[in-house]
Ligand binder design. Structure first.
Ligand SMILES: [Zn+2]
Length: 69
């Protein structure tokens, strides 16, 4: 017996393209969607946020951590 593709997965794919609720992978703080879009890597992982790298240069930290993983 062959099951058809579950409609649930199709619906979810359309309604939520990427994770809308983003968290910093480093400290777990919630970050805005815009922030996530800028600093997340291709997997949607965020390695630094204003909470854990306030004045340290977020872009540099994110790039560093992304490269190490
Ligand atoms: Zn953080």
């Amino acid at each position: 017996m062959v099951f058809p593709v579950p409609p649930l997965s199709i619906d979810a794919g359309i309604r939520s393209p990427v994770n809308t609720m983003s968290e910093c992978n480093h400290c777990g703080a919630h970050v805005s969607e815009r922030f996530a879009r800028v600093f997340a890597d291709e997997h949607g992982d965020i390695y630094a946020c204003p909470s854990c790298s306030a004045n340290a240069g977020i872009a540099e930290v994110a790039r560093q951590r992304a490269r190490r993983v």
